[in-house]
Structure formats: structure tokens, C-alpha cells
Design a protein around this ligand. Structure first.
Ligand SMILES: Cc1ncc(COP(=O)(O)O)c(C=O)c1O
Length: 485
């Protein structure tokens, strides 16, 4: 029997028989109710205890769902005044759903707490902040062009499109000219535009399972239907996708460095996927989100560079290489989709700030971008070694296993039998450490991804990494000692 609750929040329906865990069902239902305005900004939520009673679920289910929404910026909790929807949450212009816990895209001016170990998706922000970007910004503002003070061209600043195209050709083997590049508000806008251009409402889009939740949200935001395709050691299992979802019109992949598992799509699989697309008039959305930071060997060339049939929309971002707050990324769009893609982004928000784009174009032209990548790559290598050391000291003795990270920004920890990743993540939060359970990245209706935690490490120095691992070890002990709910 579905469980229902009615109180200061609208009717919620949870299904204990569904494969999706109850806390996720509750978080999804509340998020949707907030975004749709059914729970207004400023609303105070019932206590976790009374909501748990109402829904006939355990209190920890409600606590986990609230924590999730807290991290995403949809809820705030204050000692003494309970949990509420931030009064300034801009739900009327909901825009893309958050790309991950703690990124705070949903709430302004409310901001998430400053990054702390091991929140994923955070690069070495102080390195970027200290660098020459400020000088570039000042020089652009000292002499802004007349056209910059009016509006940026809708596809983005021409110099930045030139610089991005050069970077992609040189380092990623992407086939493109500046005309193919659209500058976007981060990968998130690029993904939404791509999905809207290639997959209409109700059309199925293959998603890697587990996979990037921001892509899933982007597909849902344009009415498409994300469906799970499993991974194996070669990456996306194309044959399984064909069997299970034969009507899909597009596939979303992170071939260079699968998010979040870190595997790479093998060459035979790349060719198989390209063939699937070419034979059926289908599309591939390639998200090359952290390609600059492969630590082992040379970065793998992009899938787009192998595509003879022009079926790949290539998406990238400056969020990992520079800073997520820039909200700058790009899509490389095959010619037949270009005017549609441009129309879609004009209809949404236009082209964004010219100064930021011009400063970034100069930053790239003068070689600062390449230097910054080289420097941070060295730094991340040291931080990755610090993580391995800290895990060996604090966590291996507790049966935790670090999967050798292939990239430079995040890693997975497998938990010993009997420990639930969601419970550890909850307990870690009490110890002021942020980790995400791998099942956060499950693509419904599939759920089972094992009990593992995702840890970002690139944004934290070696001392913070060691301290975070020690705290995480204590959090594991707390869970081991706590009576089961
Ligand atoms: C797979 C993947 N794609 C893209 C992004 C970056 O998105 P954006 O450019 O919108 O910040 C992330 C960040 O977490 C990611 O993990």
C-alpha cells in the first residue's frame, strides 16, 4: 500500500514496494513540490518525527531526505526553528535542477557552506583565485567594447569561441571550428540545450547507470525520459541498451572518464555506440567534463573526433578546470542542429556576461589556461597520493577499499559488508565530512550500484584530506556501533 502524508505540506505518496529507496522517493517528491510552488518559499516543514509518523516510515528516512535537500539548497535547518524552504528560493524561475549536492544553484542569496572535504566537483579554487584571471577581468572592464556593453552575440563571445575551438582541437581531438562552438552557462545549460535539440518530450535517452545526476535532471527538464543502461569494465553496455530500450533516440555518455565510476569507454564500445547512432538517426551527447585531468597517460581523445556521421553533440565546462561559479561551458553542435540549438538558448537566457567571456578568452590566448591546467594537474597528483595515504592509515584497517582513481578529482571507496553507504554519509555529516553514497547516482528504475562512497579530493589540501579521512573513520565507527534503525 502506498503511504501518504498530509500536513503543512501537500499530499505525498511513497511506495515501499518500489525499487527506489524511500528516502530518495521522499526527497524527489518534496523537491518537485517545492519547484512546482506547491510548497512555497518560507514554508516551515513538519518535524522529522511527525512526518515519519504520518508517512509510516522510519525517522532516518525523513532525516536523510531532508539532509539531501538541505545540501541541494531546497531546505534550510536552523537549531530551534526546524526545517523550512528558504524564503528567497527563486522557484518561479526554477531553471536547471542542481547538479549535485551542495552546489547551491537553487538558492540565492542563500549559499551552501564553504566547500569542505570531500564534497565532489570542487577544483583547487584558491589556485585559480590567486592567479591572473582578476587582471584579465580588470583589463576587459577598463576598455569594454561598445558591443559588449550592449549584448554578447547569442553564440557567445567570438574570441572565446576561437580559443575554445583551438583548445578542443589541440588537446581533445575534437573536430570543430569556432562556428561550431556555442558558449553556455556551464555544462548544465549545454546538456539541457542538447537534450532539447535531440530528444523531444517523452523520448527515451540512455543514461549511464550509475551516472551524472545533473544530466538526468537536464533530460527531465526538457520532458525527455532518462533510462538506465548498465556499465561493465568497457563502459556503457551498448548491447544491453539496444535490448532494453530499443526506442531510445539519444545516449548520454562520459566516455573519457565515466562519472562517477571512473571507467573509460573502450574503443570497440565507442565504435559500437557511434554505429548505433548512425544507423538509427540517433544522437550521442558526450559530456567531457574533466578531460583535462586524466592523470595516467595522455588524455584520451574525445569520442566526437571519431564520429564520421556527425551524430555527437559535445559538451564541456570550465567548472572543473577553473571554477564552477563562472558558469561557463560550451557545446559543439553538428551543423544540422545548430540553428535549433541557438534558438533554444536565446529563448532561455541569451548569451551571458561578455566581460567574463572576454576575460576568459584573454586568459586562454595568453597561455594562462594551459599553465593553470599543468599546475593543478601536479597538485591533484599530490592530493591523490595524500588520499591514498590517508585511506591506508585510517580506513583500510576498517575494511574500506579505495578504487584506484583514474582521474584527478574524485575517488570511490567500497565499504565492507554490512555497512550502508547512506548511513555512513549521514554519520559523516555529523563529523563535518561530506561524502555521497554511490546510489545517489542510480538512474531509476534501476537502483543497485553497491555500497560505495564518492569523495572529491582535488579541492582540498593534504592536511584537510588527512583530517577528513580521520573523521570519516570515526563516522564509520559510529555507524558500526549504532543500533540498526
Ligand atoms: C559529469 C559532469 N558533467 C558536468 C559537470 C559540470 O557541470 P557545470 O558545468 O554545469 O558546472 C559535472 C560537475 O559536477 C559533472 O560531474
Amino acid at each position: 500500500m502506498p503511504r501518504r502524508s498530509q500536513g503543512t505540506i501537500p499530499l505525498l505518496t511513497l511506495d515501499p514496494g518500489a525499487a527506489n529507496p524511500l528516502y530518495r522517493q521522499l526527497a524527489d517528491a518534496l523537491r518537485r513540490a517545492i519547484l512546482e510552488g506547491r510548497v512555497a518559499p518560507g514554508t516551515r516543514l513538519p518535524s522529522t518525527r511527525s512526518l515519519a509518523d504520518d508517512l509510516a516510515v522510519s525517522r532516518s528516512t525523513v532525516v536523510t531526505a531532508f539532509e539531501q535537500l538541505n545540501a541541494e539548497g531546497y531546505l534550510v535547518s536552523r537549531v530551534g526553528s526546524g526545517t523550512s524552504v528558504p524564503g528567497d528560493l527563486p522557484v518561479a524561475s526554477a531553471g536547471p535542477l542542481p547538479t549535485g549536492p551542495g552546489d547551491g544553484t537553487a538558492a540565492r542569496p542563500w549559499a551552501p557552506p564553504p566547500p569542505r572535504p570531500f564534497r565532489p566537483g570542487i577544483p583547487a579554487l584558491d589556485e585559480f583565485g590567486r592567479g591572473p584571471f582578476g587582471r584579465m577581468l580588470r583589463s576587459v572592464w577598463r576598455s569594454p567594447d561598445a558591443h559588449a556593453l550592449a549584448l554578447t552575440p547569442p553564440a557567445g563571445d567570438p574570441d572565446l569561441r576561437v580559443a575554445v575551438a583551438r583548445h578542443l582541437r589541440g588537446s581533445r581531438n575534437v573536430r570543430c571550428s569556432p562556428e561550431d562552438v556555442l558558449v553556455t552557462f556551464g555544462a548544465q545549460e549545454g546538456l539541457a540545450v542538447a537534450f532539447e535539440a535531440v530528444a523531444g518530450p517523452g523520448r527515451e535517452v540512455w543514461m549511464e547507470h550509475p551516472g551524472y545526476i545533473g544530466a538526468r535532471h537536464a533530460a527531465e527538464s526538457v520532458g525527455a525520459r532518462p533510462v538506465p543502461v548498465p556499465l561493465d569494465e568497457h563502459g556503457l553496455d551498448v548491447a544491453a541498451g539496444r535490448r532494453r530500450w530499443p526506442d531510445a533516440v539519444a545516449a548520454y555518455v562520459t566516455p573519457s572518464h565515466q562519472f562517477p565510476t571512473g571507467c573509460t569507454l573502450s574503443l570497440p564500445r565507442r565504435l559500437e555506440l557511434l554505429e548505433w547512432a548512425a544507423e538509427g538517426d540517433r544522437w550521442i551527447v558526450e559530456d567531457d567534463y574533466d578531460s583535462e585531468f586524466r592523470l595516467a597517460g595522455r588524455p584520451l581523445p574525445a569520442l566526437q573526433g571519431l564520429d564520421e556521421a556527425g551524430r555527437v553533440v559535445y559538451v564541456g565546462t570550465f567548472s572543473k578546470s577553473l571554477a564552477p561559479s563562472l558558469r561557463l561551458g560550451w557545446i559543439v553542435v553538428p551543423e544540422p542542429l545548430r540553428s535549433r540549438a541557438l534558438g533554444l538558448r536565446l529563448a532561455r537566457a541569451g548569451a551571458g556576461s561578455p566581460w567574463l567571456q572576454q576575460a576568459l578568452a584573454r586568459f586562454m590566448e595568453e597561455g594562462h589556461f594551459a599553465r593553470h591546467i599543468r599546475r593543478t594537474r601536479r597538485l591533484y597528483r599530490a592530493r591523490r597520493a595524500a588520499l591514498a595515504q590517508a585511506v591506508a592509515t585510517h580506513l583500510s584497517p576498517r575494511g574500506v577499499v579505495l578504487r584506484e582513481p583514474t582521474g584527478a578529482m574524485h575517488a570511490l571507496l567500497d565499504l565492507p559488508p554490512g555497512l550502508r553507504a547512506a548511513a555512513v554519509a549521514r554519520s559523516a555529516r555529523d563529523r563535518e565530512v561530506e561524502v555521497l553514497p554511490l546510489d545517489y547516482f542510480a538512474i531509476p528504475p534501476d537502483t543497485d550500484v553497491g555500497e560505495a562512497l564518492l569523495l572529491g579530493f582535488a579541492g582540498y589540501d593534504e592536511a584537510a584530506i588527512a583530517d577528513g579521512a580521520a573523521r570519516l573513520a570515526r563516522a564509520l565507527d559510529d555507524v558500526g556501533e549504532a543500533p540498526p534503525h
